[in-house]
Design a protein around this ligand. Structure first.
Ligand SMILES: Cc1cc2nc3c(=O)[nH]c(=O)nc-3n(C[C@H](O)[C@H](O)[C@H](O)COP(=O)(O)OP(=O)(O)OC[C@H]3O[C@@H](n4cnc5c(N)ncnc54)[C@H](O)[C@@H]3O)c2cc1C
Length: 461
């Protein structure tokens, strides 16, 4: 039992939005004794990282990748009893583009202590020249030398140009990492946010660079266990409950709470915040955000089909850039023959209808594997038009605190250090819950601190 379990006892907290940010805030508040009510507009939890039932299968609205650096996400998964060691495949970072070609690109970080894992990975990368490898190591050393602070923000493409990053490593390492992490093309993406992600992954311990690929549907990864955790602590989850206005106090659906977290996506937050004079400036800031799409296209092949590595870069030489990655859901989740293709950020793929997308991706996979493929058994495409905010240089982010009494903000867009990711969402939720706890009267916090050190403390007992 947590020693702070009674910190929020008797304090009523509302959380508007049941995505990963809202659930993270709700879990942290419930863990510290708050009486939590979650209001979610949809009929299910998870928001932009949710499960979808179709074709008799449980799929995800988008194939998600986590990495070892997602410390807060992994901590909260453990808190709610969703074991990351069981629900995620931990694999050393490997980028493979494509197999079967005369000069395939392959970079694999071996299980060596940091920074030797990165040096060895770069030096042994296949398909890159020695000059490119040395330039890449210089680039990382240079970023490290400035503690990954760039001064003035610029685009990732400008940053790479400035540091002489060209050729295979630019094409198969830096640019795919930028697209995967920021969901924004290198020509538009923020170099500072990219540098932050490099600091916490390639620039950190080896475990931080590991790929954590879901072995189960997204609901089982966190939302389902989070809901159970909240309910077990007396909390309530109200689905299909869209909040139309936010009122100081805070008041939600006419019910008075002691504190509230607005944890909806930035476009929805802009609409709700615009309704109050105190938060009109934040609403204006958010209404200036641009968004990037992601499509996940599932193609089911007869079960013997599998990939040589669960996550493969797609060959774009014959077919042009349509999809960036293909994931082998058979190896990852036990659904043999099912491939999930990921198409990130704005691109030519948006002009294709679903039938054309399926055809193009089937061809791209055949080119990648250098062999004809059996006919597709069934397919399903999910296009998320506003998958993430467009992570541009100098994009202003709002703080967790708002000027509206009783209200705090959470959501991937609030976490100023990171692009729109699960980790950003979870961190923002944890930060909102922390800010609420810190705002409690000093006497209550002192009492909780006393309980921590007192003889009746459960941890001491
Ligand atoms: C296809 C796709 C692929 C992605 N891939 C990755 C990846 O590989 N790795 C990674 O780390 N991240 C990835 N992301 C990003 C990640 O999913 C998001 O950053 C994260 O889920 C955002 O969580 P959130 O809680 O901030 O927002 P949301 O998930 O948008 O949650 C907001 C919730 O609020 C609800 N809501 C909205 N308005 C109201 C209202 N008025 N009243 C009540 N409820 C309301 C919504 O229904 C929603 O459930 C991907 C996203 C998508 C869409």
């Amino acid at each position: 039992m947590d020693c702070l379990a009674n910190l929020g006892a008797g304090v009523k907290a509302a959380v508007v939005g049941g995505g990963w940010a809202g659930l993270a805030a709700a879990v942290e508040l419930a863990r510290t004794g708050f009486q939590v009510t979650v209001f979610e507009a949809a009929r299910q939890l998870g928001g932009r990282a949710r499960s979808v039932r179709t074709q008799g299968q449980l799929l995800d609205n988008g194939q998600h990748i986590l990495i070892g650096a997602y410390g807060e996400t992994l901590r909260l998964m453990r808190t709610v009893g969703a074991d990351p060691d069981r629900l995620l495949h931990r694999l050393p970072l490997e980028l493979s583009f494509p197999t079967g070609q005369p000069h395939p690109f392959r970079l694999r970080l071996p299980r060596l202590p940091s920074p030797w894992h990165l040096a060895a990975g770069l030096l042994t990368a296949r398909g890159a020249s020695p000059g490119e490898k040395i330039a890449a190591m210089r680039f990382m050393r240079c970023l490290q030398g400035t503690a990954y602070r760039l001064g003035d923000d610029c685009t990732v493409a400008e940053l790479l140009d400035r540091h002489g990053q060209h050729g295979a490593l630019r094409r198969h390492l830096w640019e795919p990492l930028c697209l995967a992490a920021l969901n924004t093309a290198p020509l538009q993406a923020s170099a500072q946010i990219f540098a932050n992600t490099l600091r916490d992954s390639l620039g950190s311990g080896r475990a931080a660079t590991d790929l954590l690929l879901p072995a189960a549907d997204l609901d089982r990864l966190f939302p389902a266990a989070a809901a159970q955790f909240i309910r077990a602590r007396g909390g309530e989850i109200r689905l299909a409950c869209r909040v139309d206005t936010i009122v100081a106090g805070p008041v939600v659906f006419g019910e008075r709470f002691d504190c509230a977290v607005l944890a909806v996506g930035p476009q929805h937050a802009a609409g709700l915040l615009a309704g109050q004079p105190e938060t009109a400036a934040s609403a204006r800031l958010l209404s200036g955000y641009a968004f990037e799409p992601i499509a996940t296209v599932y193609l089911a092949y007869p079960p013997p089909l599998s990939l040589p590595w669960p996550m493969l870069g797609l060959d774009d030489r014959q077919t042009g850039q349509i999809g960036q990655w293909v994931f082998d859901r058979g190896t990852l989740c036990g659904t043999g023959g099912l491939m999930a293709f990921v198409l990130s950020a704005h691109g030519a793929w948006e002009d294709l209808d679903n039938a054309q997308l399926v055809l193009a991706l089937d061809r791209q996979l055949a080119a990648t594997l250098c062999r004809p493929l059996p006919p597709v058994l069934w397919q399903h495409a999910i296009r998320e038009r506003r998958a993430t905010f467009s992570c541009r240089p100098g994009l202003p982010r709002p703080a967790v605190e708002t000027a509206l009494p009783g209200w705090w903000l959470a959501g991937d867009y609030v976490c100023a250090e990171y692009p729109a990711t699960l980790e950003a969402a979870v961190r923002s939720g944890v930060a909102a819950a922390g800010a609420i706890s810190a705002s409690l009267p000093v006497a209550r916090r002192a009492c909780a601190a006393g309980a921590r050190s007192g003889p009746q403390s459960p941890r001491r007992a």
